[in-house]
Ligand binder design. Structure first.
Ligand code: CA
Ligand code: CA
Ligand code: CA
Length: 277
């Protein structure tokens, strides 16, 4: 009797295990319809940044008359050949004619003039750096962000996230009406335990009424500050370093002198969706 029971149990287990892999043709891997349609993306495969999608930045981004400057250099934005974009931060020889003992450089890319979109969902998967003293960001920029008046409806800088290296602090922010006297902004800093370890997904849903920010799929802020931008924006993935007072304090990136460079920001992908009609 026992042997028959064993055979019966084994037969049932065999059938059950077989069942789990039986699929009707065409039923495999059908994604659930979440109402979004992928329109533009980069998974950073290959060994060269795709110039049809991105411009790689190069200039003295954070010039400081009283200390080392923070450059954007092309060689500090590159693909690692294993499917990731890397933005590197390092100490470099003084890059201009001032008296700095050295300067710093980081990498940055943007889709200006190559891809722009109004509204939609914008997403990045990335791993924050191991050191502090610099900051990394995934953000949207309108060419008309400098237009004073009409609040941010005619162009807003949308900082989907700013991360501060080895830090659990994440910043979301909106800036509009230029960067001079009329500049306005609203932001929200959040502390996210564990965000400084491993890969995480940061996303923004931008519609006519509001901006909704997510970290790993969980809402972290929403705002309609500036009345919500109604113009297309391009995508930026950047790293920056400034040695000016406002940047080196605990309120922002921390002091780069206390960090060990080179340090790296690793990006797995960027995806942009639009709402299905
Ligand atoms: Ca300087
Ligand atoms: Ca310099
Ligand atoms: Ca404006």
């Amino acid at each position: 009797m026992n042997i028959f029971r064993t055979i019966l149990v084994l037969s049932v287990l065999f059938v059950l295990s077989g069942c789990s892999s039986i699929q009707t043709p065409g039923s495999a891997n059908i994604p659930q319809d979440d109402g979004w349609e992928l329109v533009w993306s980069d998974d950073f495969s290959g060994d060269k940044i795709d110039s049809s999608k991105w411009e790689v930045m190069q200039y003295n981004r954070k010039q400081n008359p009283d200390g080392p400057d923070g450059w954007w250099l092309k060689e500090d934005a590159y693909l690692d050949g294993k499917g990731e974009l890397v933005l590197r931060c390092r100490k470099i020889d003084n890059g201009n004619s001032d008296k700095d003992p050295f300067d710093y450089s980081t990498g940055a890319i943007r889709s200006k003039g190559k891809f722009e979109q109004k509204f939609g969902k914008f997403e990045i998967k990335c791993k924050l750096p191991a050191q502090t003293g610099w900051w990394v960001a995934f953000w949207l920029m309108s060419q008309s962000v400098g237009k004073v008046g009409n609040e941010g409806e005619d162009g807003t800088e949308i900082d989907i996230f700013e991360g501060f290296g080895k830090s659990t602090k994440i910043n979301h922010a909106l800036h509009w009406d230029g960067y001079g006297k009329e500049h306005k902004s609203k932001g929200n800093k959040v502390i996210v335990p564990g965000i400084d370890e491993g890969y995480h997904v940061y996303s923004l849903e931008w519609n006519e009424k509001e901006y909704i920010f997510f970290i790993d799929g969980k809402e972290s802020w929403r705002s309609n500050a500036g009345g919500v931008s109604k113009v297309p924006a391009y995508v930026k993935v950047t790293a920056e370093l400034s040695t000016e007072k406002w940047a080196i304090g605990d309120n922002w990136a921390g002091n780069p002198e206390k960090a060990l460079y080179p340090d790296y920001f690793q990006v797995d992908y960027v995806k942009v969706y639009r709402k299905k009609q």
